[in-house]
Design a protein around this ligand. Structure first.
Ligand code: ADP
Length: 261
């Protein structure tokens, strides 16, 4: 099923194996520019693996992934397709922002330095430019007053908001969120969800692996249900979350506590 006429992210027949284990089984997914897609499904269904493949953190075993005008992990010259080297992969990754469950901030750097690190080290922006943009982003996520704090001095929700600001600092073309609220205390979940919603409202193309069905309903246009490395059902979020067609998706949603209201 095509999710939009404007296919900005194109995942085609992607297979990912770990030894004999097949984590992704010919996954195909198109996402239009500015769309927001929730990935749901049981633990181990391949959501995180799919996001990691889109960010070239994992090398796919078969298929192709294209973001905008580039093919993730590869360079094409005529009929030849070559795996990119480490520095070219890193350059590609600049365009794909990723937010992890466990924040992954640099512990020895302040919040501002974390946000400035990509623009300074990868994009070679000037310190003044990187600082100005870093402060703007910290203010955008409500943490202007925490610029000098180290990650250990921040709550989980605040750390995750810094991580989102850090990803945005690279002006990504797409943002991937891998269970962004799973490691948070319940009282800080909402502040992170509000920031993610703000990113969505800015027109960012987003994929969010989440177990927060209420959030999936509010932030995503489309929901994709995965199981055993396959997309089992996808469509408008209101449809998939409230009246799924497949028995597998129905059973998954029925087994959750805190279903969408
Ligand atoms: P989800 O995000 O839906 O919980 P994952 O994508 O993390 O699922 O995992 C999908 C499957 O792939 C799981 O069975 C997991 O154990 C397996 N897997 C993920 N990463 C690796 C790895 N590096 N080596 C071996 N198996 C892995």
């Amino acid at each position: 099923m095509q999710l939009s006429n404007d296919r900005f992210l194109r995942v085609s027949g992607v297979v990912k194996t770990y030894g004999d284990y097949i984590a992704l089984r010919a996954v195909s997914l198109d996402v239009g520019k500015g769309s927001s897609v929730a990935l749901i499904g049981p633990s181990g269904s391949g959501k995180s693996t799919l996001l990691r493949c889109i960010n070239a953190l994992e090398e796919i075993s078969d298929g192709t992934i294209e973001v905008g005008d580039f093919e993730v992990g590869y360079r094409r010259a005529g009929h030849h397709r070559r795996r990119l080297g480490a520095s070219a992969l890193a350059a590609q990754r600049e365009h794909v922002g990723m937010v992890f469950q466990s924040f992954n901030l640099f512990p020895h750097m302040t919040a501002l330095d974390n946000v400035m690190s990509g623009p300074l080290l990868v994009r070679r922006e000037s310190v003044d430019t990187a600082r100005k943009k870093g402060m703007q982003l910290l203010e955008r996520v409500g943490l202007g007053s925490k610029a000098s704090s180290f990650p250990r001095q921040l709550s989980g929700g605040q750390q995750q908001r810094v991580a989102i600001a850090r990803a945005l600092a690279m002006d990504p073309q797409i943002m991937l969120f891998d269970e962004p609220t799973s490691a948070l205390d319940p009282e800080t979940v909402q502040e992170v969800l509000n920031v993610i919603r703000d990113v969505r409202d800015s027109g960012m193309t987003m994929l969010i692996a989440t177990h927060e069905m209420e959030f999936a309903r509010h932030v995503s246009d489309t929901t994709v249900f995965m199981e055993t490395g396959q997309i089992v059902e996808q469509g408008e979020s209101s449809k998939v979350l409230f009246s799924p067609e497949t028995g597998r998706c129905k059973r998954f949603l029925a087994g959750l506590t805190g279903q969408p209201a």
